[in-house]
Design a protein around this ligand. Structure first.
Ligand code: ZN
Length: 157
């Protein structure tokens, strides 16, 4: 179990943008993380609740956020584990991906793999490409030919 907490003395209210350093309380949330030395690991994050002193007071208490690349709100996996799960799902699909994930000590079912791939595909709203490259290539020399279309500005990851 890896424990993390923010060293910042203040946090910004997501509703009104006011900075606050008045801590009301804190709680701990845990999420699955990348395996550590071949063993499944989890991350425990200490999240503080702050009083909002903003003029509008639409929200009197808010929880600090640490960035989606670490742990998104309500997520059960850390950002870096989510990326691994996503790529496993893309490369191998549900069943084989889950089998390989088990060997990597990544606790994920084939349903979850498919769900992560679908969610990330819809979350990333693709803008139409502005610059494309078109190229022909041979699968084997003098054999079958294919055409590839590449978005030159946004090659993805
Ligand atoms: Zn506020």
């Amino acid at each position: 179990m890896l424990s993390v907490r923010s060293a910042a003395v203040r946090a910004q209210c997501p509703s009104c943008g006011t900075w606050s350093s008045r801590v009301q309380s804190s709680y701990r949330r845990t999420a699955s993380d990348l395996p550590l030395s071949g063993r499944a690991a989890s991350l425990a994050e200490r999240v503080r609740r702050f009083h909002c002193d903003g003029a509008q007071r639409t929200r009197r208490i808010f929880a600090e956020r640490h960035g989606e690349e670490i742990l998104a709100p309500f997520a059960r996996r850390t950002g870096r584990l989510e990326i691994v799960v996503h790529h496993l799902g893309l490369a191998l699909g549900g069943g084989p991906g889950a089998g390989f994930a088990r060997r990597l000590q990544v606790p994920v079912s084939n349903d979850t793999l498919i769900r992560v791939v679908r969610r990330r595909a819809t979350a990333k709203a693709y803008a139409p490409p502005r610059a494309v490259g078109i190229d022909d290539f041979a699968f084997r020399r003098n054999c079958r030919y294919g055409t590839i279309v590449v978005d030159l500005e946004n090659r993805g990851s």
